[in-house]
Design a protein around this ligand. Sequence first.
Ligand code: SF4
Length: 373
Amino acid sequence: MAESLYIHIPFCNRICTYCDFNKVLIHNQPVDAYLDALIRELRAIKAQNFRTIFVGGGTPTALSEAQLARLLAAVNERFHVTEEFTFEANPDELTPGKLDVLKNHGVNRISLGVQTFNEDLLKVLGRSHGYDDIFNAINHMEKIGLDNYSLDLMYNLPGETMQDLDDSLSHIQTLSPKHISWYSLIIEPHTVFYNQIRKGRMKVDDDDIEGQKYQHVINGLRALGYPQYEISNFSQPAYESEHNKTYWKNEPYYGAGAGSHGYIDSTRYYNIKPVNHYIQSMDETGSVVKETLPLDIKAQMEEEMFLGLRMNRGVDANRFESKFGRSMDDVYDTVIRQETDRGHITSSEGYVALTDAGRMVGNTVFMEFLLEE
Ligand code: SF4
């Protein structure tokens, strides 16, 4: 039984130079028709309590107040959130009016797309917000008591210095957000950044500098009271992202909206991505064109390891055994011994986890957990 739901809003007021998410410029888009289709899809999901709901994008706050109210009323009509109801927001779009709509409909956590506190770097990223917008948004949130928010940041930006990271750490110390996501910039194909780098007009740090910056972020946040709990996530005690932990614990969840994905009955599904195709393919029953990928036991065990090892706590050996009917030691005996000898893996109190050194080469370690046919 799924305890989590993800809802995708694929619209943005501006397209950032690095972005490869499923999104379109909102101008001239059939936003209301999209909401009609999305609400139909939501209504096809059994009415129930969810432990967590996450509305992401795109930029959900690109919707108008009336559109936000309509979407959230439809969510509330069918579902009750028992724990964490998160809404992604861009700082310049988080007006007092929109915040009231969110709060009045039960949203209790904001994931704020700050990316960096450096005004010049914000321009390089093509973000629609500036430095002041960040503080205005936070003031609005605090004024209405919506103070459970995450700051979403990036490092390894073109032209970024260690001083920029220190400036961000110093703002974090002052603002004291409950949660920080701090991702390394990944240069994805089909983005403006990718083309600029290909043409030699832009450079990002090499792997050594990137590694030093990552360690600087981890150490800096730990010193401020934000221990790392996942490769790119840090929080004050008791404020880890419960929704994202659903993914890392390899638990089932629903996804609704264009390009969203879900994991139900050991099957991953991926909704059709283009907004118009999503709208046109939505049928009377709330079903949309999607790809489905049933996972056999071998694939489920591999995902349990890849996803669980992202968390500092690691993979729960008891849970593994009760899910798959075989112990982790039995399935992964050689790999666990080998990666322990290499200093990448540690086992304690029933959990198998990456060490600090293992985290620096995470993808290489994950590959070792692929099982033979
Ligand atoms: S606001 Fe977010 S989803 Fe939209 S273009 Fe920028 S990074 Fe992509």
